[in-house]
Design a protein around this ligand. Structure first.
Ligand code: MN
Ligand code: MN
Length: 466
């Protein structure tokens, strides 16, 4: 057989994952780069879940979405949103078909790993004022020292008034930092494991150093900080008891690489799926099926809590739609489909040992479908069926979306989970689909612009199903 013939046979029979640049045209590359300019602005504006909800509510209202009212009747083409306590959000476009035929759900999360302030955080030690923190989500603690931090969130005062906090982001704002030992004196620290070198109780944020006055007395640095906070926000120390204040990296999203093909930023996981899933539903007019983009909270700590997807808020919303159209909620759910929009670990050539090359996702090979996550023999996951995988595969192929498959690392290398299992628990067909990320959960994660755009295209064709 000639070499050409052999190649032809191989092309027909073998599965060869390809770099997106081998598949797409220049125009698509341009569209991807443009799309990512919007994504970068979103990243800078909305670093925490509450800011994401505000961002997407504002974008939705610009596009004619109104706040969902379960007593109203909606008709095909109507656009509504459901804001769950300012921390999770459902965007919905009513379809032409009855919801009894099922709805199409894209579900991403808008919380990211970070350092939360403890309920009683403020103290002074040796003339320095600091905040005690309790980290949120899976972090490598040593990565969070000696980087500039900003503070985001809300404080609810004794009188019930709610004060928004966002400091460290604007040019000229002060920023904050967790200090670390100098190498000269770190002999003992450096002997410890990376998990123990920086302990949870070491993640104290430096917030000030000047005493209030020359007068005698204790805790004058703390007093000075409290006075500044009181002048700026009208709060007193006990108001921290009813606050959610989150320390996040203070830097902005930036292009990475001489070719500007990548984006480095805090919180790609999972804003890199939330933004495309939201833009995809914004692009949908008069869909056949009712479409939902769910932007959820609390995924990083197991989806528990009433703003996470292990709560019933999405089920209740879909139930409201069902009742409105005279359908049984469980039938609507049982006929529904979901793309659990979450990131996967991209193959990192510096750390190849944690991945299995044949089943890893790669930067620039397109959006990644993860059939199952979990750990220890597929525990703690929804393992998507061959039938649903087949359906999604055909849908993406038919519309020219560049995609790949990926497992979360080698067997028994570790593991993780997504919201897929909570959606599956509602008897909805679901599979994970998202963007491969380098340095996932680090304060500065990296994704490819082409993959981000392919995620958008994937959610869009999912919503446009006939
Ligand atoms: Mn995630
Ligand atoms: Mn995560």
């Amino acid at each position: 057989m000639s070499e050409n013939k052999l190649q032809e046979l191989k092309d027909g029979l073998f599965y060869e994952p390809k770099h997106a640049m081998e598949i797409i045209d220049g125009e698509t590359v341009k569209q991807a780069d443009e799309f990512c300019e919007g994504y970068k602005s979103y990243l800078d504006e909305a670093k925490i879940e509450r800011e994401s909800v505000e961002f997407f509510v504002r974008e939705a209202e610009k596009r004619g979405y109104t706040e969902f009212d379960n007593r109203k009747k909606y008709s095909a083409g109507d656009k509504v949103y459901y804001n769950n306590r300012g921390k999770s959000l459902i965007l919905c476009v009513i379809g032409k078909k009855s919801v009894g035929e099922g709805v199409k759900i894209s579900a991403a999360h808008i919380d990211s790993p970070r350092l939360d302030l403890k309920p009683n955080p403020l103290y002074e030690d040796t003339n320095l004022a600091l905040f005690k923190t309790h980290y949120y989500g899976g972090i490598k603690k040593y990565q969070w020292t000696a980087i500039p931090l900003a503070l985001h969130g809300v404080v609810v005062k004794a009188n019930g008034e709610r004060v928004k906090v966002r400091i460290g982001e604007d040019e000229g704002d002060p920023q904050f930092v967790v200090t670390d030992l100098l190498p000269h004196l770190a002999q003992e620290q450096m002997k410890q494991t990376m998990a123990e070198g920086i302990k949870g109780e070491n993640l104290n944020i430096l917030i000030g150093s000047r005493p209030f006055s020359k007068d005698e007395g204790s805790e004058k640095v703390k007093l000075n900080i409290m006075k500044i906070l009181n002048e700026k926000y009208g709060i007193v120390e006990s108001d921290f008891l009813s606050a959610e204040l989150e320390a996040v990296p203070a830097y902005k999203a930036r292009d990475i690489g001489f070719d500007r093909s990548l984006i480095g930023a805090y919180g790609h996981d999972d804003k890199v799926c939330a933004y495309p899933a939201a833009q995809a539903i914004f692009s949908v007019e008069n869909p056949e099926y009712t479409c939902l983009t769910v932007l959820t909270d609390k995924e990083e700590i197991g989806s528990d809590g009433n703003t996470g997807l292990n709560s019933s808020y999405m089920k209740y919303f879909i139930s409201d739609l069902a009742v409105m159209q005279g359908e049984e909620p469980w039938r609507v759910l049982s006929n529904s489909e979901c793309l659990s929009a979450d990131v996967n670990a991209a193959f990192d050539p510096t750390y190849p040992e944690v991945s299995e090359r044949m089943n890893s996702s790669y930067v620039n090979n397109g959006v990644v479908i993860t059939k199952y996550t979990g750990a220890r023999g597929k525990s703690g996951t929804s393992d998507a069926s061959a039938e649903y995988m087949g359906k999604i595969r055909k849908m993406l192929n038919d519309s020219g979306v560049v995609w790949q498959i990926g497992e979360l690392g080698k067997v028994d290398a570790g593991g993780g989970g997504t919201v897929a299992m909570y959606v599956a628990a509602l008897n909805v067909d679901v599979v994970d689909l998202g963007v491969p990320v380098l340095s996932m959960h680090a304060p500065f994660e990296v994704v490819s612009k082409l993959d981000v755009y392919m995620a958008y295209r994937a959610f869009k064709v999912f919503f446009e199903q006939k």
